[in-house]
Design a protein around this ligand. Structure first.
Ligand SMILES: Cc1cc2nc3c(=O)[nH]c(=O)nc-3n(C[C@H](O)[C@H](O)[C@H](O)COP(=O)(O)OP(=O)(O)OC[C@H]3O[C@@H](n4cnc5c(N)ncnc54)[C@H](O)[C@@H]3O)c2cc1C
Ligand SMILES: NC(=O)c1ccc[n+]([C@@H]2O[C@H](COP(=O)([O-])OP(=O)(O)OC[C@H]3O[C@@H](n4cnc5c(N)ncnc54)[C@H](OP(=O)(O)O)[C@@H]3O)[C@@H](O)[C@H]2O)c1
Length: 411
């Protein structure tokens, strides 16, 4: 199980019929608040893994995950059926860019989420960094029904510990609740209700905004922010393109630059459901866009194709794969080798025996090539020496170049 470490469920909470949290004891590598890892189960002999955001802060144990049971999904119903003591595979390596390292300094941080999209924000708020960097932090959680407002104790703790620095704004869209806004986030931005509840202005010169959750919310909220006079800047992905990307979450950054009249608005695809264009993937992996296209045609990268516009969109898994392919190529593995290694890995088999065998073969081939190159070098040196004192000749109909023709056809 090369890609996963063994985890044990040490806690479980059922928030509603469809919303669950699992606490898992597992040894994973350090990660940044806001990142995600993969949970996996053995389902009919196949390892099925999916990404899940950490709810716990970096360094906090046990690990915690908050998820929705997708009825027809292969993994989430089985995760929901796990009980304390149950076994689950956990990827030891986290990924994702929905982290504060990506956020420039500002006075106010807005964290806008729907449903399970609140997860990475809880991890961020459990860490020290946001409280040190931002004067005010607004956490928005939008759900359909009040019972889906999970982690209320955790949120109360934030409020108790941080007082006026923190404001929680719940939205319950399908029931009348005196404590919550009955609205959708974009609409409450447009009509000012969100700012009224938060007690601060959502102003470009003072705010950074992170979005996570329903892709339609992300799209509509982005539009609402733009409509508020925020302007886009050259982010990694053009805004127009991004709007067509259906990812689970998106980073939205609103940044005030040196000139007060020039407000930059930057959007970068974030952690959950992150998708990248060819050029963005190439930039992140340090390769050319042609390399990405070549590996795509070879079937090593499998992007999502948007049928409406024909664009390919790549995931974080593709980025990990691409970096892996580059390393393998540096070691002399062929694309065919890489494909076999990746297949082993995705079928839950250790690729190491194959990698060792292939490396032995490739090393033998490299030695042969080196010997051939050495022979070539000797021939070239001999010819250069021989030609030193030979005069230049002219083509005479029988000879093309007497320098080359002077060489004997030996070994
Ligand atoms: C980077 C990343 C981070 C993620 N983090 C979380 C998380 O913290 N919590 C979580 O519940 N899910 C999260 N997901 C989704 C998760 O990985 C699984 O897709 C989900 O649990 C369903 O798994 P499944 O195998 O049962 O069904 P899948 O075959 O994976 O999904 C079936 C369908 O269910 C829908 N779906 C998937 N996840 C959700 C969701 N959360 N809400 C609404 N509809 C959904 C999608 O339309 C999907 O096509 C994340 C996904 C990504 C890409
Ligand atoms: N929660 C349930 O009771 C329930 C029941 C059965 C199936 N499901 C399915 O489970 C999945 C996840 O459900 P969920 O309730 O966690 O998440 P969800 O459907 O994304 O709803 C969470 C919140 O996001 C809001 N929202 C949806 N689209 C938006 C948009 N374009 N802009 C702004 N806000 C938007 C919803 O408002 P609105 O209420 O106005 O849509 C709701 O307040 C969905 O696929 C859903 O169909 C959920």
């Amino acid at each position: 199980m090369g890609n996963f470490v063994a985890g044990t469920v040490v806690g479980k909470r059922r928030w509603t019929e469809r919303l669950y949290s699992l606490r898992v004891a597992a040894e994973v590598a350090p990660f940044h608040a806001g990142q995600f890892t993969k949970l996996a189960l053995d389902i009919n002999g196949e390892i099925v893994g999916r990404p899940y955001s950490f709810i716990n802060a970096p360094g906090e144990k046990p690990l915690e995950f908050y998820f929705i049971l997708v009825q027809a999904g292969p993994l989430s119903p089985r995760l929901a059926a796990l009980e304390v003591g149950g076994a689950v595979w956990v990827s030891p390596h986290a990924a994702g860019f929905l982290t504060l390292a990506e956020v420039p300094d500002a006075k106010h941080l807005w964290l806008l989420s729907t449903g399970t999209g609140i997860g990475p924000f809880l991890s961020i708020l459990k860490s020290e960094e946001p409280w040190q960097r931002f004067d005010r932090i607004v956490l928005v959680h939008a759900v359909r029904q009040a019972e889906e407002l999970a982690y209320d104790e955790t949120i109360r703790d934030f409020a108790q510990q941080h007082g006026e620095q923190f404001r929680f704004v719940p939205f319950v869209s399908r029931a009348e609740m005196d404590f919550a806004l009955r609205a959708r986030i974009p609409e409450a931005i447009a009509d000012g209700r969100l700012e009224a509840r938060a007690g601060i202005a959502l102003a470009p010169e003072s705010s950074q905004v992170m979005l996570c959750g329903n892709p339609d919310m992300v799209r509509d909220t982005t539009e609402a922010l733009l409509a508020r006079g925020l302007k886009k800047t050259g982010g990694a992905i053009p805004v127009t393109l991004l709007w067509k990307v259906i990812g689970k979450s998106v980073w939205t950054k609103v940044k005030n630059r040196a000139r007060a009249d020039w407000t930059a608005y930057r959007i970068v695809i974030g952690s959950q459901g992150e998708e990248m264009t060819v050029s963005e993937l190439a930039r992140r992996a340090g390769v050319t866009a042609d390399t990405v296209r070549h590996y795509t045609h070879s079937g090593l990268l499998i992007p999502r194709r948007d049928e409406r516009n024909g664009y390919n969109f790549y995931s974080n898994d593709d980025l990990t794969r691409l970096v892996f392919i580059r390393k393998a190529r540096l070691l002399g593995f062929s694309l065919g080798d890489v494909s076999d290694i990746l297949k082993d890995s995705s079928h839950g088999r250790s690729p190491c025996p194959r990698v060792r065998n292939l490396m032995a073969q490739r090393l033998k081939e490299a030695r042969h090539k080196l010997q051939d190159l050495k022979k070539l070098q000797t021939r070239m040196e001999r010819a250069t020496a021989l030609w030193t004192n030979m005069p230049d000749g002219m083509p005479d109909g029988n000879a093309v170049c007497h320098l080359i023709e002077s060489i004997a056809m030996e070994d």
